[in-house]
Design a protein around this ligand. Structure first.
Ligand code: IMP
Length: 466
């Protein structure tokens, strides 16, 4: 009998805690597969005291029987991937015969990373070369020269591939008059890493299809999130790949016939890292500018800890200060870049739209316990965005143009405060006000909530559905 596939996606601006939900549902899967993005993703995994930050390798590494597949929709940085694999193996975890990298995945060449660092600042990219790599993929050739190297092509035509990567790097250095780039060294590091990855090459585009036909269960793991989708998100302040659930089947190399269900992950206090519209942000534009200062590194975790006392800021009537306190208490700093994340109220307009776009069947909400922090503020209850207002009229969708989004006024509703939830482990132990919030969200969003995170530990999770 054929197996099936399910897709897990983030519903906001990333960092919703997809990995911890995946960790809870992954056990019956045979393959965990990535379908988009590359080293811009970052999540920490901790199992039995073994801890690691993953960027390009799919989660599921600690389940020895599980295969890990990186699809053709992904971009790969060979140098970074080799060091990530080394780190994983230093924990005693073998990836031999488990990790399969699609030969059609695009390689991030040295010039892509450099170009992103020079050109990606207005968007606030992670500087990993993601945009330039996807852009060159779409460009294909420039004059007579190929711009893109896919993983399989790079291995098959190793020496011309490296020559091409070298020419691409030389051009960029010349065009931007960049000093100090050791071109030959960069290219030989790139080539050496590429060779080391050869044993993981999956040249068969039907690899996953065949797995499922043999009865295997595939779990697609989305990276970045709905509002960062290249086309659907808050363009141009987005990533360069398609992140919504439908993309799992194009970037993940499986036919749609095997699809079973979609799991969506959100968090109760939202965050966004990098620039772009964020309707429910505490402190609005001021917060966006503050978080972007010094290329996002002027207010790191350490610096904010030295400068502020979150308990005092919580009492402030200024929502910008409240935002700083929530970031500090929620430890909202980038896993990949260390930048402070902008924080905001749970936006139910955005969440409903995300659930519909992704066809979410089951909703999971992390950081639910953090809603209890609002008891310590001067707010009359827990603030949630229930609708949007534009030019005096209420609207129930996110306008697609960024200029329109910036004119939106959030309509805030307050729900009764909740006591601490961090020791809750079962649905029976959840207090009445927590159920009130769950019901309110389900009604507004139209999707059942299956689980809530009530703290950072693995067991701090409540299965809401019986
Ligand atoms: P890029 O993906 O590096 O090109 O960055 C584009 C935008 O997406 C920037 O605002 C990044 O901060 C954001 N971004 C990319 N990857 C992630 C992620 O894994 N979590 C949260 N934001 C991300």
């Amino acid at each position: 009998m054929a197996g099936f596939s399910r897709v897990l996606v983030g519903l906001q601006y990333g960092d919703e805690g997809k990995a911890r939900v995946l960790d809870r549902i992954v056990d019956d899967s045979d393959v965990v597969a990535r379908f988009n993005g590359g080293p811009n993703a970052g999540h920490s995994l901790e199992v039995k005291g073994r801890k690691i930050a993953l960027h390009q390798v799919p989660s599921g590494i600690f389940h020895p029987q599980m295969a890990l597949y990186v699809g053709s929709g992904c971009v790969l940085n060979p140098v970074k991937l080799v060091s990530e694999i080394r780190e994983i193996e230093s924990l005693g975890v073998s990836l031999e015969n488990r990790l399969h990298l699609s030969g059609n995945a695009t390689l991030i060449q040295p010039h892509h990373v450099l170009a992103d660092k020079i050109k990606g600042q207005a968007i606030g990219t992670t500087g990993n070369g993601i945009g330039p790599a996807y852009a060159d993929l779409a460009l294909r050739m420039e004059g007579e020269r190929l711009k893109t190297l896919r993983f399989g092509d790079g291995l098959a035509g190793f020496s011309w591939g490296l020559d091409m990567a070298k020419e691409n790097l030389k051009d960029l250095v010349r065009e931007h008059k960049i000093c100090g780039v050791e071109i030959s060294r960069e290219i030989s590091r790139f080539g050496a890493a590429l060779r080391r990855l050869e044993k993981y090459l999956c040249a068969d585009p039907l690899f996953l299809e065949k797995q499922v036909q043999q009865g295997k269960i595939v779990l697609f793991e989305g990276a970045q999130s709905t509002q960062l989708d290249l086309v659907y998100g808050t363009y141009p302040y987005v990533t360069s790949s398609r992140t919504i659930s439908a993309a799992a089947y194009t970037g993940g190399d499986l036919s749609l016939r095997h699809h079973k269900e979609i799991l969506g992950v959100a968090k109760a206090i939202m965050s966004r890292v990098g620039n772009g519209p964020f309707v429910s942000e505490f402190g609005g534009k001021r917060s966006e500018q503050y978080c972007a200062e010094g290329k996002g590194l002027a207010h790191t975790k350490e610096k904010e800890q030295q400068e502020y006392d979150p308990k005092k800021l919580l009492a402030s009537e200024d929502w910008f200060e409240l935002g700083i306190a929530l970031r500090m208490l929620g430890k909202e700093y980038g896993a990949t870049t260390k930048r402070p994340r902008r924080v905001g109220m749970l936006d139910l307009v955005l969440l409903r739209q995300g659930c519909q776009m992704n066809a979410v069947d089951k909703l999971y909400i992390n950081k639910f316990d953090e809603l209890a922090i609002f008891r310590r503020t001067c707010l009359p209850g827990i603030p949630l965005v229930a609708a949007y207002r534009r030019d005096g009229k209420e609207i129930d969708y996110l306008p697609s143009a960024v200029v329109d989004l910036e004119k939106i006024q959030p309509v805030v509703e307050y729900l009764p405060h909740v006591p601490s939830l961090s020791s809750c482990r079962s649905r029976e132990s959840l207090p009445g006000p927590a159920w009130e919030i769950i019901k309110f969200i389900e009604e507004k969003v139209g999707v059942p909530i299956y689980g809530i995170g009530v703290g950072p530990e693995r067991n701090q999770f409540v299965e809401v559905k019986e």
